[in-house]
Design a protein around this ligand. Structure first.
Ligand code: G3H
Ligand code: 13P
Ligand code: ZN
Length: 310
């Protein structure tokens, strides 16, 4: 059973997005304010969103606080929400999240070879299916930093279209994260916005047909947001993200879920830095956090509009 009966499984909303040729925003959260900012945007724009927690966030918040905050969000929300585990590294953590009432999980065994990835993913799928929880898995390697493993741009392994088809058939997953040139964090590309390989995406799509594909490392790393951080004391260098036009093209070619963590972090950080700088005598922390929350709502709105515009 999900932690709140107003939550829906990931596949429920991803299938719908696929038919509409739009994408669902999947935002990483770390606390109450990040959840509130995203959910306010989703409600204002009238679309469902995926709220996702990494293993580090679960450690940081603890299941009890995490579940209470998401359950409150589901109660308050006018649109269906998904609670998703991002980059689950083991069967144990996936099982734990399913048992705790998540409605969607990701098993990321992409660092293993194809056959081992299939075995580990299938084990999770078999368990998740018993509870109606949808499963995302990953094939290929994102350039950049994934978990603690650093993968250089040149060694990035794009997803093989034939393997993608076979992987979906063999595992029974609900969605597949693919590698087509994105990477996690604020320093994508090498001194320029990385170009996505839409050609590989098209070839994957041709092989697998109507099946939800996921784009990780898809933050835009907007220069205006970075500029606010740096103007108020941060030192973010060599920042590059995925351009809106690349994201739109990716959506038109079959991407139905777009993961965003870095843009949430940068928006939150910049607005809090600015608020602290501009209110030096203020000791009411809520003022700073409220600024952070507003900035997350704005960034989420900006993204939701883009993901659903044709
Ligand atoms: O894709 C990974 C996310 O950016 C999670 O990062 O483990 O620091 O929460 P984190
Ligand atoms: P960004 O670092 O581009 O926001 O990607 C986040 C992500 O893929 C989370 O799984
Ligand atoms: Zn990711």
């Amino acid at each position: 059973m999900f932690i709140n009966n107003k939550l829906v499984s990931g596949s429920e909303i991803l299938r719908e997005a696929l038919l509409k040729k739009s994408a669902i925003g999947a935002f990483n959260f770390i606390n109450m304010e990040t959840v509130q900012g995203v959910v306010e945007a989703a409600n204002e724009f009238g679309v469902s969103v995926i709220l996702q927690a990494s293993e580090s966030t679960i450690k940081y918040m603890g299941f009890s606080y995490l579940k209470s905050i998401i359950s409150a969000a589901a109660d308050e929300s006018k649109v269906p929400l998904v609670l998703h585990l991002d980059h689950g590294s083991s069967f144990e953590i996936c099982k734990k999240c399913i048992d705790e009432g998540f409605s969607s999980i990701m098993i990321d065994a992409s660092s293993l070879n194809f056959d081992e990835n299939v075995i580990k993913t299938k084990e999770v799928v078999n368990y998740a299916k018993l509870f109606g929880v949808s499963v995302e898995a990953e094939l290929g390697t994102l350039a950049g930093i994934e978990d603690e493993v650093e993968v250089s741009m040149t060694n990035a392994i794009y997803t093989d279209p034939d393997e993608a088809f076979e992987f979906i058939e063999k595992t029974g997953i609900d969605s597949l994260a693919i590698a087509i040139g994105t990477s996690h964090g604020p320093n994508k590309g090498k001194g320029a916005n990385p170009k996505l390989s839409i050609d590989i995406l098209k070839r994957i799509k041709q092989k697998i047909g109507d099946f939800p594909l996921v784009l990780h490392g898809a933050s835009s790393v907007y220069s205006d947001e970075v500029e606010i951080c740096n103007r108020y004391g941060a030192n973010l260098k060599d920042t590059f993200g995925i351009t809106d036009s690349d994201l739109k093209e990716a959506i038109q070619n079959g991407i139905s879920k777009i993961n965003v963590d870095t843009d949430v972090r940068i928006a939150f950080l910049g607005s809090i830095r600015q608020s602290i700088e501009e209110n030096k005598s203020n000791i009411d922390i809520r003022k700073y956090l409220a600024a952070g929350k507003r900035s997350i709502k704005n960034i989420a709105l900006r993204k939701l509009k883009m993901y659903t515009s044709h």
